[in-house]
Design a protein around this ligand. Sequence first.
Ligand SMILES: [Zn+2]
Length: 96
Amino acid sequence: MKMLIDPCPFCGSKEVNTVLTTSWKSYVICHNCEAQGPTASYTIETDAIVAKAEAITKWNDLEINVKFKEQNSWYLDQIENCIESFKTALQSKEKE
Ligand SMILES: [Zn+2]
């Protein structure tokens, strides 16, 4: 079963591949912008295919995350601002 690797979430390139390292890890790499996906590890040779599938799944999830962040950047900024002002309020309370 060949899994479909989504295009690079950072540059949109379809020049993406799974890589197996000598240290029992697999990840997806973009040959255009050198972006690396999250790694999946394995312990026996026969599990390499499983690790590759896991690496692809993680990579494909990454794309969703980037898209989500782009589409919701305004809301995420508001949340971050809220957290910041909450922190500031807490700090000034601690000083009292
Ligand atoms: Zn890329």
